[in-house]
Design a protein around this ligand. Structure first.
Ligand code: PLP
Length: 400
């Protein structure tokens, strides 16, 4: 009989969005007439930009011609044309990343979860709370000790390190899911100094980088001095270019990033991750990589930013409705997420039910993202603009 990895039994029974879907389905069955507006799951709704679709079609056509057909990609780390495009994108905001330091993947969730493979199970893992559930879940699955840095109202949901607490691996996410908060360069420098002092590695998730509007907010941790010695960065085209159904992202590991093995030797993190990927990952499909490269072309940047502007306008609609009611929030400015305190001291799930039952609007209970999320709530700006306006009218009409 196989022995189970019983760490899985310690996890929440269902992934957060499965619980939400269940509740919404039950409500919908009981109230088939209800016109439900979904502002829960952080999925995009706008179609992919035309020049990106054209590039994917061209890539697909090439697969049907003997001379241009592609089988397995040699390295599985992405075609040079795409890595060069990503490197060029970094250059556009003054960050130097070599194409060889970039690995293309099927989205940031895979790498965020799989990166734990190359680190020992005795590491202490520091995660800001609340957080994107993947960081906590994947570390609990391998039985690691997870400790938390509190993101809360007092620090504007931007947790900072406690110099008296040691960690080996640190997860940071900016712009943050779920809170929409962002780290400034100075705040990131504090985290980098802390990581270097602790010989720790930061796993920096910037999946929402394209939503940054403020000049002083870095789009990459590598815009901050010292990061190349202590950070891995993960980004995604899911929210940048509507790739949630396409699946493509990238991970950056600087060449100089190393960690000490138990025999005292310095081991390249990039080489170790490359070894892991070589055995467990066979790359992203050629047409999708063609599409991804088009995202970073001047036309692609222009067209994809139009979709982002659409979502940003939704964020403004949500924010101004909350302003009108007098509910404080974080996010919205550099992020598609708006995070607010549930009115009248309500619990997150209690408010979820009220919003669903009385306004037929679905949001995400903050409690699903960690202890500090209890009593808080997330709405996303990824919906249709008319439906977002309608949802906020219903929200304003709620008896609070
Ligand atoms: N990181 C964060 C913070 C996210 O919110 C998400 C998706 O919602 C991801 C990573 C995963 O993105 P992908 O679609 O690239 O797997």
């Amino acid at each position: 009989m196989p022995q189970l990895n019983e760490n899985f039994l310690k996890l929440e029974k269902n992934y957060l969005f499965i619980n939400i879907a269940k509740k919404v389905n039950e409500f919908s069955k009981a109230h088939p007439e209800a016109d439900i507006i979904r502002m829960g799951i952080g999925d995009v709704t706008q179609p992919i930009a035309k020049c990106v679709v054209d590039a994917m079609k061209k890539g697909a056509d090439e697969m049907g011609v003997k001379e241009t057909f592609k089988g397995y990609e040699d390295s599985g780390a992405g075609y040079d044309f795409l890595k060069e495009a990503v490197s060029g994108y970094y250059k556009s905001f003054d960050v130097d990343i070599l194409p060889e330091e970039i690995r293309i993947n099927d989205g940031a969730k895979s790498d965020c979860g799989n990166i734990v493979d190359i680190f020992g199970n005795d590491n202490t893992v520091l995660i800001t709370d609340p957080a994107y559930p993947v960081y906590v879940d994947t570390n609990l699955m391998s039985g690691r000790k997870v400790i938390f840095a509190d993101s809360n109202e007092e620090n504007g949901f931007a947790a900072m390190p406690d110099p008296n607490v040691h960690a080996d691996l640190i997860y940071l996410c900016s712009p943050n899911n779920p809170t929409g908060s962002v780290y400034t360069k100075d705040q990131l420098k504090v985290w980098i100094d802390y990581a270097i002092k602790n010989d720790a590695i930061i796993i920096y998730d910037c999946a929402y980088e394209a939503f940054i509007t403020e000049e002083n907010i870095p789009r990459s941790i590598f815009a901050v001095e010292g990061a190349r010695r202590c950070a891995i960065e993960m980004c995604s085209l899911s929210k940048t270019a509507g790739f949630t159904g396409m699946r493509c992202g990238y991970t950056v590991i600087p060449n100089e990033l190393t960690a000490k093995a138990s025999d005292g030797s310095e081991v390249s993190i990039s080489a170790l991750w490359g070894r892991r990927q070589g055995s467990k990952f066979n790359g992203v499909s050629y047409p999708v990589q063609c599409a991804a490269a088009a995202v970073f072309s001047p036309k692609g940047i222009k067209q994809t930013r139009e979709n982002i502007a659409y979502y940003q306008q939704n964020a403004r609609v949500i924010a101004s409705a909350l302003d009108e009611i007098g509910i404080k929030y974080t996010g919205g400015k550099n992020s598609p997420y708006i995070w607010f305190k549930c009115p009248n001291g309500m619990g997150s799930w209690e408010f979820f039910d009220k919003l669903l039952e009385e306004a037929n609007v679905v949001g995400t209970p903050g409690a699903g993202f960690g202890r500090n999320g209890e009593g808080w709530f997330r709405l996303t700006a990824f919906g249709d603009s008319e439906r977002t306006k309608e949802a906020m009218e219903r929200f304003k009409a709620l008896k609070l």
